[in-house]
Structure formats: C-alpha cells, structure tokens
Design a binder for this molecule. Structure first.
Ligand code: FES
Length: 156
C-alpha cells in the first residue's frame, strides 16, 4: 500500500472537511479503485468502521472495489439491447478477451467488460461503449473491429 498517497488524500480530506462519499472519490482518484488495505488504513486513521466505507462504496455504482482494466468496454444490457441480441455479442467479447468465469477484468489488466442498464440509445440497439466511444447496432463483426480499434489506439 502506498502510505504517502493515503496521507495526501487524508490531508485533502481534512482540509475540505469532506464526507465519506468525497473521501471515497478521492481514494478512487488516487488509486484507480478502492483497495481494501486503504479502506482499513482510513478506518483506523479516522476512527470510522470499515463497514461504513463499504456500505457507501457498494451502494453507489461509481465506486469500484477491484482494479479496472486500462480499456473499458461497456455493454448495454437493457431490454431493447437484449432483444436485439447483445447477449451473444457479450459472450463473444468475453471469449476474445479471455475473461475468466465471473470476472469482468482480463488477467493482464488490459480490459474491463462491464454491463449497464439502458444507456438511453435504444434506437441504435444493441449498444456498446468502448473507451467512451459509442458503437450502435453492434454485430459480432463490429465487436471484433471495436477491439482491434481499441488495441490500435491505446496500444493495449
Ligand atoms: S436498452 Fe440498450 S440503449 Fe436502451
């Protein structure tokens, strides 16, 4: 654990007089996610039970308790996208990214494939988002193309 980073976050937090949500946001910004040992460090420093942090962190979808990949692919799993066949495409992407059962991030940390409910673009379902770029009317071929594009852009 990087204690210097923790101290820096603590300092900002104390100066701002922030609450648990803002503290978690600062931790996530510093570490990329919310590591368990960091939560326990803050729990001790601030005399706040770790369960309070986890209560908040698990309630809001903006917080990540596990490291995320360098590249983020978001698959819409809303009804319209499901009906238009997002399921098989997700399975294909999982296969191509070699995602272990029950995991959303590839072992090498290059990709995270996460699901969200309707992203509000049902007219172009099924919708996928690769590193913030929206891919509508997704097909198997376009999905492979999207991965290629991301690999090329980011040198993933
Ligand atoms: S259900 Fe996917 S965009 Fe609405």
């Amino acid at each position: 654990m990087d204690e210097k980073k923790c101290q820096a976050v603590l300092k900002t937090h104390q100066e701002d007089g922030g609450n648990i949500i803002s503290l978690l946001q600062e931790i996530q910004e510093a570490f990329g996610y919310i590591p368990e040992d960091v939560v326990f460090w803050f729990s001790k420093e601030l005399n706040i039970p770790a369960s309070n942090f986890y209560g908040v962190a698990t309630f809001y979808s903006q917080f990540y308790l596990k490291p995320r990949g360098k590249n983020i692919i978001t698959a819409c799993c809303g009804t319209a996208c499901h009906v238009k066949g997002s399921g098989p495409i997700i399975n294909k992407l999982r296969e191509e990214l070699k995602l272990p059962e029950g995991e959303v991030t590839s072992k090498d940390g290059k990709f995270t494939l996460e699901n969200v409910a309707c992203v509000g673009a049902c007219s172009i379902a099924p919708v996928f988002i690769g590193n913030k770029k929206v891919f509508g009317k997704m097909t198997m071929e376009k999905a492979s193309q999207m991965l290629k594009e991301i690999n090329k852009d980011k040198g993933a």
